[in-house]
Design a protein around this ligand. Structure first.
Ligand SMILES: C[S@@+](CC[C@H](N)C(=O)[O-])C[C@H]1O[C@@H](n2cnc3c(N)ncnc32)[C@H](O)[C@@H]1O
Length: 233
């Protein structure tokens, strides 16, 4: 599965009035409210192959998604008859799961995937959409892998979807590259995404800038770490 980051919807309403709960981390209400916008990672041509792969890997057994988000993947998987559990840090993101068909059958635990345990043994544990990059230290990455292993039944599978930062697109002396540009009708609204990279520490920050048709703007940054970095940060 190819990880994509260009999910911003240039025509989405302004999120300036939303109150965010710091406990929800980098994906609070203001992020959750447009996370399920059509297109990008929510496009059927992106979701369907992911469902088919995960269903095949689960092999009929129960599956657990770490950092399950708004249920983009497990809700439709539950509709296919799979038993689904999820762990998610953000209450704002998780609150969207039950709204989706199949979402009411996803058993969600609000907690940190580095440490949280849920009951049962799973034939598949997965991390979708670059989520492993949301843990910012190598020690926490190792905790996630250990926690995933602790949930797997013998011969169970762990699947991680993660993009590799486009470092080769960085011209000498430059530390940021655009990854998305959406221009709304009339050219007076839109969105832009910029990735800045710290190549020494192997971390990067995604910045999303959105200007709504009414003129309201939103600036949001999300820090990430490059999964599988060579040394501790
Ligand atoms: C890019 S979203 C991906 C959501 C979902 N996996 C998907 O494919 O749509 C990253 C998610 O990871 C969650 N997250 C980040 N760090 C977490 C942690 N330590 N434990 C649990 N969830 C976490 C965020 O709240 C957010 O919902």
């Amino acid at each position: 599965m190819a990880a994509r980051r260009d999910r911003a919807d240039p025509t989405a309403p302004s999120r300036n009035s939303v109150v965010d709960d710091p406990a929800d981390g980098w994906f609070p209400e203001s992020a959750a409210t447009t996370y399920d916008a059509p297109g990008g990672a929510n496009a059927p041509e992106v979701v369907l192959p992911a469902l088919q792969l995960l269903e095949a890997l689960a092999d009929g057994g129960p599956a657990l998604e770490l950092a399950v988000g708004t249920g983009r993947i497990p809700a439709p998987l539950a509709c296919r008859g799979l038993s689904l559990s999820g762990i998610e840090l953000s209450r704002a993101m998780a609150a969207r799961i039950a709204d989706k068909p199949g979402g009411e059958r996803v058993a969600v635990t609000i907690s940190d995937m580095t440490t949280a345990r849920v009951a049962g043994e799973f034939s598949l544990v997965s991390l979708a959409f670059n989520t492993i990059c949301n843990v910012l230290t190598q020690a926490d990455e190792a905790e996630v892998f250990a926690n995933a292993a602790a949930h797997l039944r013998p011969a169970g599978r762990l699947l991680i979807e993660v993009g590799v930062p486009d470092l080769r697109r960085l011209p000498p002396g430059q530390d940021a590259v655009p990854f998305a540009l959406g221009i709304g009708p009339g050219g007076t609204s839109g969105s832009a995404g910029i990735e800045s990279c710290d190549v020494v520490h192997q971390t990067f920050t995604s910045t999303h800038i959105t200007v709504s048709p009414g003129g309201a703007s939103r600036f949001r940054t999300t820090p990430s770490a490059s999964a599988g970095r060579a040394s501790s940060t």
